[in-house]
Design a binder for this molecule. Structure first.
Ligand SMILES: NC(=O)c1ccc[n+]([C@@H]2O[C@H](COP(=O)([O-])OP(=O)(O)OC[C@H]3O[C@@H](n4cnc5c(N)ncnc54)[C@H](OP(=O)(O)O)[C@@H]3O)[C@@H](O)[C@H]2O)c1
Length: 233
């Protein structure tokens, strides 16, 4: 079996699950990870069972758990071709203290959204070097503009910097690096005050991922920003 292998963090729902479905349809074998085992197992069953999809739970902020995912991927499928560092979380914040999540919850936001993709890159890039593979990171349109009081947006600015630092280090390896920056997407992660705003479907974002991945090997799509029509920033 030589079909390429695609690893997705945050695969259990939302954008990650939509990418998994499109990647499976395009012929990839899959490694699906996230913290909660049941939805990952159900998605792996839906996408072809053990020969085609491996569900391996892990928290992206846990280095040992992440290296376990990569080891399981190499043991099951023998290679890694594409990685989407997608796991992320969001809470509403205010630096003036005008509502939002209490600061005790900010640590998890920063660790998941910044430490998580950094560790994912470190855990997977050696395997991607062997295949001249492709790393994609899910940032956000929030990582391009100023959003008052918004720590989530600041974490996505960090993902923008991370993607650029990784790409710079990978020059000469054949590895491709893509920063994906979606606008508002209709998943469970939408904050209550934006429920009525224009939204993309998760499959719209998945289509953008498969566009980047499907380019010829000499073409490196470094950034994709995709917003729903009518989104302000
Ligand atoms: N929805 C939007 O409007 C939007 C817009 C731009 C960018 N994004 C970004 O897109 C990515 C996916 O978001 P989504 O909207 O699809 O969110 P979602 O529906 O809430 O899915 C988040 C996924 O990440 C996993 N996850 C969360 N924390 C994790 C951790 N510490 N370790 C491992 N897995 C973890 C979740 O599974 P478990 O809870 O089981 O771990 C789930 O599979 C995120 O990076 C988000 O910031 C979203």
């Amino acid at each position: 079996m030589t079909d390429p292998v695609f690893l997705i963090t945050g695969a259990s729902r939302g954008i990650g699950a939509a990418v998994a479905r499109r990647a499976a349809a395009a012929g990839y074998r899959l490694i699906l990870t996230g913290r909660t085992p049941e939805p990952l197992a159900a998605l792996a069953d839906e996408l072809g069972g053990p020969a085609r999809a491996l569900a391996h739970p892990a928290d992206v902020t846990d280095w040992t758990a992440l290296t376990g995912v990569v080891a399981a991927a190499e043991e099951r499928f023998g290679r890694l071709d594409v990685v989407l560092a997608n796991a992320g979380t969001s809470v509403v914040t205010s630096f003036l203290g005008d509502g939002g999540a209490p600061p005790e919850q900010w640590r998890d936001l920063v660790l998941t959204n910044v430490h998580g993709p950094a560790l994912t890159a470190r855990a997977t890039l050696p395997a991607l070097r062997a295949t001249k593979g492709h790393l994609l990171l899910t940032g956000s349109a929030a990582g391009r503009g100023v959003r008052p009081g918004n720590l989530y947006a600041a974490t996505k600015w960090a993902v923008t910097g991370l993607a650029q630092a990784i790409r710079a280090e990978c020059v000469g390896t054949g590895i491709r690096v893509t920063l994906l920056q979606p606008g508002l997407v209709d998943t469970g992660a939408i904050p209550p005050h934006r429920r009525d705003d224009p939204k993309l479907d998760p499959d719209d974002v998945a289509a953008a991922v498969l566009y980047a991945v499907g380019q010829p090997p000499h073409v490196d799509v470094n950034e994709i920003i995709v917003r729903p029509v009518g989104q302000r920033n």
